[in-house]
Design a protein around this ligand. Structure first.
Ligand code: HEC
Length: 151
């Protein structure tokens, strides 16, 4: 009898421990494609490091790199390479829309969560998903750069 209680107790402890490990994942927000509204899988690509900023963004949609000089500088360098050809060096628009005005093709791009979903999962036509070719950490840095241009 005492043995049964002990093993139940042990099983309960194990469950609590597992729930503890599982909870960071279950707390991940619901990310959706801008184009199709299908759920976006934000689990890391092969070899991708999940940084603290990415982990936090998955849970809160708050960009830890906002206002961080080093991250903004790195984001700016990637923006020049990967985005400027379509959105302009200062992100004020070229064949792709301006990213620094208050006019949005997709209203959700008024929020960091929406912008992340658009960059990561793509939108229409030339705005292809950048998932897999940019790390989520770099996407957050690009976003911090674009935000810095808005002020
Ligand atoms: C090959 C051209 C091209 C590249 C490269 C590109 N974009 Fe775009 N982007 C577009 C086009 C075109 C649209 C409009 C898409 C639509 O109509 O659905 C767009 C839309 C967007 C939007 C939504 C704007 C709104 O008003 O809702 C964001 C945000 C965005 N792009 C960010 C980026 C960032 C950041 C990068 C670099 C990582 C990037 N794009 C790279 C062409 C591009």
């Amino acid at each position: 009898m005492a043995m049964t209680i002990d093993s139940r107790f042990a099983a309960a402890l194990l469950l609590i421990a597992c729930a503890g490990f599982a909870s960071p994942d279950s707390a991940v927000l619901d990310f959706r494609s801008t184009f199709s509204d299908e759920p976006l899988d934000v689990s890391p690509a092969e070899g991708e490091t999940v940084t603290e900023a990415v982990r936090q963004f998955h849970k809160t949609a708050k960009n830890a790199y906002r206002g961080e000089a080093e991250a903004i500088e790195r984001g700016g360098a990637i923006f020049l390479e990967r985005c400027a050809i379509c959105h302009g060096i200062k992100a004020n628009g070229r064949m792709g829309p301006s990213l620094i005005d208050d006019a949005y093709l997709y209203p959700k791009n008024n929020s960091d969560k929406g912008v992340f979903e658009t960059i990561y999962g793509g939108a229409a036509a030339a705005m292809v998903p950048l998932r897999g070719t940019l790390s989520q950490d770099d996407i957050l840095k690009i976003m911090a750069y674009v935000t810095s241009l808005r002020k």
